[in-house]
Write a protein that binds this ligand. Sequence first.
Ligand SMILES: [Zn+2]
Length: 291
Amino acid sequence: MLPLRSQHTIAKPATVTGFGYWSGKDIQVEFRPADAGTGLVFVRQDIASRPRIAALVANRIETPLRTTLVSNGVSVEMVEHVLAACAGLEVDNCEIWVDQPEMPGCDGSSQAFVDALSEAGIVEQDATRQRLVVTEVTRVGDDETWVEIRPRPKGGLKVKYRLDYGSDNAIGRQTIELKVNPESFRRELASARTFLLESEAEWLRSRGLGTRVTTKDLVVFGDEGPIDNELRFEDECVRHKTLDLIGDFALSGCEIVGQVMAHRSGHRLNAELIRALLAEGEIIGEQRRTA
Ligand SMILES: [Zn+2]
């Protein structure tokens, strides 16, 4: 097994602005350097006491179509693509200051966050990253939708994701397999955008949600394919689902070593797998954070 890697943070602050897919409000998020051992922590700067919400699976609550974290009654929504950017680039310690209870949607991918973190510069810290080693096959879900992880004696994290929307629509079946590291994340996943079926988009609008979002801001699939939009990759959907999974895995607070196989899995199951792993896997390195 490879030696533990160093923890990383960013060299200086970096800002991303945009609007919230859910609230429609303008949002500014500022990434700030943080000490080794801090982890990824959201800070709500719109609240006087500046409450902190750690990006840990214990703080995750179930909400439709997005990931929400809550700590001491204070929440932050739509964190998944920010977490994916940090995890994908191995930025382990970062304060994420935000002036709304939601992250900006940007183009529906992690690209804006990856650009900001890269621009700030990623630096090594004088501490090793704790590692969660999968020691036995762990699986959650049912026959239709599942995700499992197996030991990977070589080390590293490998993901195989199978997306299946059936054969009678424009998304269809897509599969991707890749070894996760900052290079592959930047090249293969970071720019893959979130997507919705037209029926889901209509459901959201009927509830007064996402009214500022247009078919240019994310990919909405009609019968014939993306509406008013062009795909960045032929298999952009499965790439985005893999990006989401990497963001969900960030909620472990560890570098995970194992081989993932996901079949139509989403945020809920991915988080369930992380809970199971934290209970069963072997953690190597410093004490796990609890806050
Ligand atoms: Zn997503």
